[in-house]
Design a protein around this ligand. Structure first.
Ligand SMILES: CC(C)(COP(=O)(O)OP(=O)(O)OC[C@H]1O[C@@H](n2cnc3c(N)ncnc32)[C@H](O)[C@@H]1OP(=O)(O)O)[C@@H](O)C(=O)NCCC(=O)NCCS
Length: 235
């Protein structure tokens, strides 16, 4: 694990000199650190293609585990004390975009062995978290947001009703193409989310297929496997 402790104004970097905003040891990754005391920990085994980390703020921490490759990884942080952590993966992580440009203290935790075709996370309020368990399979065109960005207000009480909420995805969850995860979504372990679903609720049944708009449980008592149906061998 390489540790890059950056203090942009003083240009003090540990282990790797980032003053030219390029990390020689990590071809394919650029870092633009405009803050102070931001910490970026990158596993030696990481492989990057057209990836970038932009941080405008202080005391943030980004930890990237080793993967087969990060392709077009984008991490864009504004604000302070945010935590991003991606576990080691024996798969490719493609087109993962993590954006948190408002608020402070947000946390994104991604477990080990994520396989990802494309996901964009927007986390723009404060104190929210997004947690993804281990061994998940994400298709393309997935979007997750922990807040709505603008207020919906109850007229009688004149108070906002759409506060941000955490999103939580269990272990070994398969998310199909073009799924949207809204604030407060909870997906239990071993579930499959159908293509185009909009997940707005907290689900609690493991081993189910959840699909539709808004998403509902459409099948129970299932498990899923990376292999195609024709290649699957019963255990
Ligand atoms: C979720 C999915 C895997 C489920 O497949 P399945 O188990 O064969 O499901 P079925 O076709 O038997 O559908 C079960 C029910 O859910 C409904 N359903 C299935 N997928 C749905 C979807 N994406 N949106 C809304 N409803 C859906 C079906 O209409 C059916 O409803 P019914 O019981 O009222 O008739 C599949 O429908 C899907 O979305 N595939 C896309 C996978 C993908 O994106 N792959 C890319 C590579 S990662």
């Amino acid at each position: 694990m390489k540790k890059i402790l950056s203090k942009a104004r003083q240009s003090v970097y540990k282990l790797v000199d980032m003053t030219n905003k390029n990390i020689p040891n990590f071809k394919g990754l650029t870092i633009d650190d405009q803050g102070e005391n931001n910490e970026i920990l990158i596993d030696d085994e990481c492989v990057f293609n057209r990836s970038k980390i932009v941080i405008a703020g202080n005391n943030n921490k980004v930890t990237l585990g080793a993967t087969l490759s990060y392709n077009q990884l984008v991490i864009n942080l504004k604000g302070n004390k945010k935590r991003i952590s991606i576990g080691n993966s024996n798969k490719h992580i493609n087109n993962l975009k993590l954006v948190s440009i408002r608020g402070n203290h947000q946390i994104i935790t991604i477990g080990r062995n994520l396989s990802c075709g494309g996901m964009e996370v927007q986390m723009n309020d404060g104190n929210e978290s997004l947690t993804i368990g281990k061994d998940c399979l994400f298709s393309w065109g997935i979007k997750a947001r922990t807040s709505d960005g603008h207020s919906i207000i109850d007229i009688d009480s004149d108070t906002p009703i759409n506060f941000p909420q955490d999103i939580s995805i269990g272990d070994h969850v398969w998310i199909s193409e073009d799924v949207r995860l809204m604030k407060g979504a909870i997906i239990p372990s071993d579930c499959v989310i159908g293509a185009g679903a909009i997940v707005t609720k907290k689900f609690d049944e493991t081993n189910s297929v959840i699909a539709g708009v808004p998403a509902k449980v459409v099948k129970r008592n299932i498990k899923w496997d990376h292999r195609q149906p024709s290649k699957y061998k019963p255990q």
